[in-house]
Design a protein around this ligand. Structure first.
Ligand code: FES
Length: 139
């Protein structure tokens, strides 16, 4: 189980001491930061392994995933604020699906498809309409 500490406005959940293989992901706007060892995150059965959705599910961060992480909706849409160099490149399926997303930005990714591919820091923002949103219709 995790060991949560309040630091400033955000919460840091540490499961591994910071080291050269540490991944640190911050979810905005909550400011919740989680740390784990790259390649050691337990898979939570939705989306690609060590995806942003997988991280969110591991640490109880609300991130909707109406299609179950199968690149078939846009409810897991996030904006990457930092650390794009630590993330997988976008493939055609993700790009095609993202074209249907609301509030599309240059830094938009699907949380279930974008994987952490190397240790380091990543900051993502979950759009307000995506948090605890039950998707019944798509734009
Ligand atoms: S959960 Fe549906 S595309 Fe990511």
């Amino acid at each position: 189980m995790s060991d949560e500490k309040i630091q400033g406005a955000g919460t840091i959940t540490e499961e591994a001491p910071a080291g050269e293989n540490t991944v640190e992901v911050t979810f905005l706007p909550e400011g919740k930061t989680v740390r784990f060892e790259h390649g050691k995150l337990p898979y939570e059965d939705h989306g690609k392994e060590e995806s942003i959705l997988d991280v969110a599910l591991n640490y109880g961060v609300p991130l909707d995933h109406a299609c179950g992480g199968n690149c078939a909706c846009t409810t897991c849409h996030v904006w990457v604020k930092e650390g794009v160099e630590n993330l997988s490149p976008m493939d055609d399926d993700e790009a095609d699906r993202l074209d249907m997303a609301a509030d599309l930005q240059l830094n938009s990714r699907l949380g279930c498809q974008v994987q952490i591919v190397k240790p380091g820091k990543v900051v993502v923002e979950v759009p307000a309409w995506n948090r605890n949103y039950v998707s019944e219709e798509q734009h």
